[in-house]
Design a protein around this ligand. Structure first.
Ligand code: SF4
Length: 141
């Protein structure tokens, strides 16, 4: 499938550097799904010194055929203060923020992502090609 070219807004790249506010780890109203690939579950299980099966049974649920962390209506239960307690094993969804396919249009980016995420506009420049690669790594979309 051919991916649509990114809008003009992204053609010169975007600066982004996480500012550690943990805003993206908080449930937004009733929606806080953190989706998990098999690799995510394996990596997180390893960090927690669990088998993948035990991790999945303890921490995951499945909706519409996709694994995600339990209790999506609550803040991520791996968040301690403003720190991710499984940072080295965090899921793809967390690694690729804010470059998710549904965010990469001018309307959503300007109206929702820029005001929401303090890391946008700071730090290193992600090229258009890098943004496209990150968007393709999206776990379920
Ligand atoms: S797994 Fe870590 S980075 Fe991802 S939402 Fe939870 S606390 Fe945040």
């Amino acid at each position: 499938m051919t991916q649509k070219p990114l809008p003009a807004l992204f053609q010169e790249g975007i600066r982004f550097e996480c500012q550690g506010t943990a805003q993206c780890c908080l449930s937004r109203g009733s929606y806080g799904y953190v989706y998990l690939t098999l690799k995510d579950r394996q990596r997180m299980a390893k960090v927690l010194k669990l088998s993948t099966l035990a991790f999945t049974r303890t921490h995951c649920a499945k909706t519409d055929g996709h694994f995600h962390l339990k209790a999506p209506e609550k803040d991520c239960h791996f968040l301690i203060g403003t720190r991710c307690s499984v940072y080295s094993g965090r899921p793809e969804q967390c690694r690729t923020w804010p470059f998710w396919p549904e965010n990469l249009n001018s309307k959503t980016w300007n109206a929702e992502i820029v005001p929401f995420c303090k890391g946008v506009g700071k730090g290193r420049l992600y090229s258009t090609a890098e943004i496209e690669v990150l968007a393709k790594r999206d776990p379920i979309r």
